[in-house]
Write a protein that binds this ligand. Sequence first.
Ligand SMILES: Nc1nc2c(ncn2[C@@H]2O[C@H](COP(=O)(O)OP(=O)(O)O)[C@@H](O)[C@H]2O)c(=O)[nH]1
Ligand SMILES: [Mg+2]
Length: 311
Amino acid sequence: MSLQIGIVGLPNAGKSTLFNALASQRLSETAVHPFTTIDPHEAVVSVPDRDLTELSKVINPEKTIPATVIFIDIAGLIKGAHQGEGLGNQFLAKIREVDLIAHVVRAFQDPSVVHLSSKHEPGTLEQIIDDIEIVNLELELAGITGKKTVYILNVTEGQVGENRFKEITGKVKDKFNSEIIMLSAKLEEELIDFSPDERSAYLSELKIKETGLSKLIKKAYFMLDLITFYTVKGGKEVHAWSLPNGQTGLAAAGKVHTDFAQNFIKAEVLPVNDLLELGGWKKAKEKGKVRLEGKDYPVRNKDVIEFKVGK
Ligand SMILES: Nc1nc2c(ncn2[C@@H]2O[C@H](COP(=O)(O)OP(=O)(O)O)[C@@H](O)[C@H]2O)c(=O)[nH]1
Ligand SMILES: [Mg+2]
């Protein structure tokens, strides 16, 4: 199962704009299916991963499959939602299923986009806190507590990284004791039609180090304590997988194939960097760099694993 991230927030916070941008970004060039739509509100998105791209260059497989994350645009959170106002329980049920809540908060200024409950200027700390508290109260009243939440400060394009917002991000992080990232949903949307090169050029012009998708996924992996491992299937298929940190070789095998866990004999393992440096699996093996590990081996981030299974 892919990691599921539910996008919530007040109406007009920029949820759908962000969702559409995430769903259509082609970040991993090696991705066969950058995204597939399951439902208009759900999108399977490739996890951007440079090591996977490099690994694929070295192995030159028929197929490269990135790890994926499912984003869900969960509309309908308004004051009174827990009592069935708006879409009511429908979306609350969705929120209960996700691994992580991505809570979009409006910090962009645009007089043409109404802000329903604003007592303060959009983009001020007061309004941002008010908005967050409305949503959090609804979730709490609906009994959704203890879920991990990453806040997304949606700022005006061209204002990403501004000191004033950096200060706000710090304050929100402390007040709500959670993680927060800053991005512009509008800007992410503009990136849709860009080639990877154009995208990098545009981002560096705006002094932005990485796309919102990349920031969000990194944060999600960090918050959920996930690691990445790779399989190469004898050189035929390079595949990236996510796994909770601390899980064993056996758990990793089960992720790849149920039969693999049942018939597990051993795992051949080496760090992806070693494989890249040595220029391939065979060469690494010749040099004695590939280790043999058993069922209980705690998988490390960026391990390349070949499972040896019986029949
Ligand atoms: N200027 C500006 N407008 C935005 C931004 N993000 C969203 N909007 C606009 O705000 C309106 C509501 O956005 P939408 O994504 O539909 O919000 P949702 O109700 O949370 O799904 C749309 O007109 C968007 O174009 C942003 O970063 N900057
Ligand atoms: Mg929407």
